[in-house]
Design a protein around this ligand. Structure first.
Ligand code: MN
Length: 211
């Protein structure tokens, strides 16, 4: 059995219509996400060959390390991305998540603006993310290049928006702003709040205790 597996979508392909089209979701999940899962498993298999050959080829090692980080991170972010959306989503967060957002950003609208801007202003491919930063004990916005660059290793992504062209181009063509605006109509704040609770309880002090 492969180490990494493509998770099923938590809804039908067309469940997020009209904000995210069935064909766009199908291609994105079944082809693009699947390719990162395959790439991650392929990288692990290539590491086996690398070791069998003596674990001494530095050029090969660099390539494999890049491939592993890129594909594993791509698999993780997409696995977080699908449940970050739901039919009849949208609205506003509430409770302690909302309080943490207001404390960090001033308002939910400001978070949406900053996270949207982080996603639309990427140079090339990447993601916008709301993350839990355990040392500060705060939520922050991160602009992630590719799947893994510009990302602090301790941060736990709570909400991720795919800013790669493959995420929206079939439906929105070059209108990336429209994709981001549409995302807010299907965002799954309940899932984000559950991740927030989990991150705070498991990551708030344990990392620094390990330091
Ligand atoms: Mn994607």
């Amino acid at each position: 059995m492969p180490t990494y597996e493509l998770p099923d979508l938590p809804y039908e392909y067309g469940a997020l219509e009209p904000h995210y089209s069935a064909r766009q979701v199908e291609l994105h999940h079944d082809k693009h996400h699947a390719a990162y899962v395959k790439g991650a498993n392929d990288a692990l298999a290539s590491f086996d060959v690398f070791r069998q050959q003596g674990a001494s080829d530095s050029e090969q090692l660099r390539g494999l390390e890049r491939a592993l980080a890129f594909n594993v991170s791509g698999h993780l972010l997409h696995s977080l991305f699908w449940p970050s959306m739901r039919p009849d989503g949208g609205g506003e967060p509430d409770g302690e998540l909302k309080a943490a957002i207001v404390e960090a950003f001033g308002s939910v609208d400001t978070l949406k603006k900053q996270l949207g801007l982080a996603t639309t202003t990427l140079f090339g491919s990447g993601w916008g993310a709301l993350v839990w930063e355990p040392m500060a004990g705060k939520v922050m916005v991160q602009q992630i290049y590719d799947h893994q660059a510009n990302m602090s290793p301790a941060n736990l992504p709570l909400l991720v928006i795919d800013g790669w062209e493959h995420a929206y181009y079939l439906q929105y063509e070059n209108r990336k702003d429209e994709w981001i605006n549409a995302f807010w109509n299907i965002v799954n704040w309940e899932r984000v709040a559950a991740r927030f609770d989990h991150a705070r309880s498991s990551l708030s002090s344990s990392l620094l205790a390990m330091a």
